[in-house]
Design a protein around this ligand. Sequence first.
Ligand SMILES: [Zn+2]
Length: 114
Amino acid sequence: MHEYSITKNIIDICIEEAKKSEAKSIKEITLVIGELSPFSDESVLVYFNLLSEGSILENAALVIKKQPIELQCKVCGQKFHKQGNTFECINCNGPCIATGNSGNEFYIESMEIE
Ligand SMILES: [Zn+2]
């Protein structure tokens, strides 16, 4: 059910923004979801289609960008995108730390209106 409220939030923000810009309709929304985010993109899409019905967003396409987590090895310095559930270096199996993206991102990157 978390996806329901977060999707409702996104839709409210978009409607608010569209009103401010006096848009007739919203064509496309790009959403960034971090790889570690607990929100499933499938559920967000389902709720989006459900909640946007009859609103200014009705015909909007929802584009979901999965944000990969960037890791850097503390031993050899190798940088790579996290794969699977391990935080080990792909090069030397050393311990890694996340650099840049935390993987918990969830935000609207852009919105196309007309
Ligand atoms: Zn390494």
